[in-house]
Design a protein around this ligand. Structure first.
Ligand SMILES: Nc1ncnc2c1ncn2[C@@H]1O[C@H](COP(=O)(O)OP(=O)(O)O)[C@@H](O)[C@H]1O
Ligand SMILES: [Mg+2]
Length: 429
């Protein structure tokens, strides 16, 4: 029995704690009171309590940055920690920093900081001659205008560290850059406190890469990487920054998959990412894959449900095994099935009509989702979608092939639009 310690969690990845218990380990869960990713969703107190009850030891620390190391030092002295990991973006750097301090196997702090700080990551790739979008840093408007002249339009502007699309914009005309800076102070004020602790004020401007957005799920495996899934990300037609769905597997050819693996291996070797499971976003461009960002944690949201459906394997099992240095056996493509995880966002916002409960039930009967979160009531006000944090529901569907998954996703959205009475964000087939 090993001692597995989780630092924080998102709502959907709480099941990772239960997986680690099922694997027979002694499990400790540390929840930061100030900056927990659990605060980003409307999770019931009971769900958190039941997750805390499912583990052997639950510890609350007041402040993630300041108190984590001290708490871990005490825990480690009492029972040696074998694996220290997190599924929360907010805790990625504090966790590797603590691991390094305590001598627990993990990627080095310097490597992790370079990987997840978007401008430092691009600097590093560029220096090594690895394909990357051209980029500039900007702190003030004048620098940004100058950078835009060098980069050309369209371009992407984003905080050097962020999540959930906060502060990210596609700039197609010079005027939009000016608007971006005008709105910067108010958009920062509107950010939840939890998100604001992560989002940096340093801005990165980069070349807009044309192509289809994808993500690769990667086990670092002591530097000899294992790409265990590639997903296609469906961008909303009303705003490409909103992600409507993740389709697993992506449906890339063998040649394309090999190209992705080689590119990711170059990136991981350059950055020195040696331990952990990573969710890496990239665009398939005409010149091959181009990195969007490295996330120092496993895939989030409902994607793990879809992965389990396709392979029969719980991805959190891979996560725990990887941190224990166990070299898990990973199912390889071609996979015999596919699936889609859909995030439902309302284009305009609206009030749900009478009888919506039964109608939604009928839609569920028709599609038999693998998992869903569609707690909708008549008269409920649904907000207009403003980003990843303002979706009103999730639904995961099984399918036989990638193309069938993509088509079924749009059919479900269309059926739900008829029931709910407003437009839902869609993607193009
Ligand atoms: N260089 C780029 N070219 C084209 N689209 C981009 C580029 N960088 C980011 N994007 C788009 O913006 C989205 C958010 O950017 P990302 O760096 O992933 O920020 P976040 O950390 O908020 O997810 C991406 O999912 C992608 O759709
Ligand atoms: Mg992203």
């Amino acid at each position: 029995m090993a001692h597995v310690v989780f630092v924080d969690s998102t709502a959907p990845t709480l099941t990772a704690l239960e997986t680690a218990k099922e694997m027979g380990h002694f499990v400790t869960f540390i929840r930061p009171a100030d900056a927990s990713a659990l605060k980003l969703s409307s999770l019931s107190r009971e769900r958190i309590e039941s997750a805390e009850k499912s583990v052997d030891q639950a510890v609350v620390v007041d402040r993630l940055e300041a108190d984590l190391l001290g708490a871990l030092r005490r825990i480690h002295a009492e029972r040696r920690i074998d694996a220290l990991l997190t599924t929360s973006e907010l805790a990625v750097i504090p966790t590797v920093r603590a691991a390094e301090e305590l001598g627990i196997r993990a990627t080095s702090t310097l490597s992790m900081e370079t990987a997840v700080t978007k401008d430092l990551c691009r600097d590093s790739l560029r220096e090594a001659g690895i394909r990357s979008a051209r980029h500039f840093r900007a702190e003030i408007r004048e620098q940004a205008v100058e950078a835009a002249r060098s980069l050309g339009l369209p371009l992407v502007i984003k905080p050097s560290r962020s999540a959930g699309k906060e502060g990210v914009a596609i700039i197609r005309e010079e005027r939009e850059l000016s608007d971006y800076f005008d709105e910067l102070p108010s958009s920062r004020r509107a950010m939840s406190q939890t998100v604001a602790t992560l989002v940096s004020t340093r801005l990165l401007m980069e070349e807009y890469i044309e192509g289809v957005l994808h993500s690769a799920e990667i086990i670092a495996n002591d530097g000899d990487i294992e790409v265990f899934m590639i997903a296609r990300r469906e961008q909303a037609t009303n705003n490409p920054l909103y992600e409507v769905a993740a389709v697993l597997p992506a449906g890339l050819t063998d040649v394309e998959q090999r190209e992705v693996k080689e590119y990711m291996q170059e990136i991981f070797s350059r950055l020195g990412l040696t331990v952990g499971v990573y969710h890496v976003e990239f665009i398939m461009s005409g010149d091959g894959p181009v990195l969007v960002e490295v996330n120092g944690r496993i895939m989030g949201g409902m994607a793990p449900f879809v992965y389990r459906h396709i392979t029969g394997l719980d991805p959190f099992r891979l996560l725990v095994q990887e941190h224990l240095g166990e070299k898990p056996h990973v199912p390889r493509p071609p996979f015999g099935s596919a699936g889609i995880s859909i995030a439902l966002g309302s284009v305009s916002g609206g009030i749900l009509p009478d009888g919506v409960e039964e109608q939604v039930e009928k839609v569920k009967q028709k599609y038999q989702p693998l998992a869903s979160s569609l707690n909708l009531r008549s008269g409920q006000r649904i907000p207009k979608q403003l980003g990843n944090f303002t979706v009103f529901g999730f639904c995961c569907l099984p399918a036989e092939t990638t193309e069938q998954a993509r088509a079924r996703g749009l059919e479900l959205i269309s059926d739900l639009e008829n029931v709910l009475g407003f437009d839902i964000a869609k993607y193009a087939l």
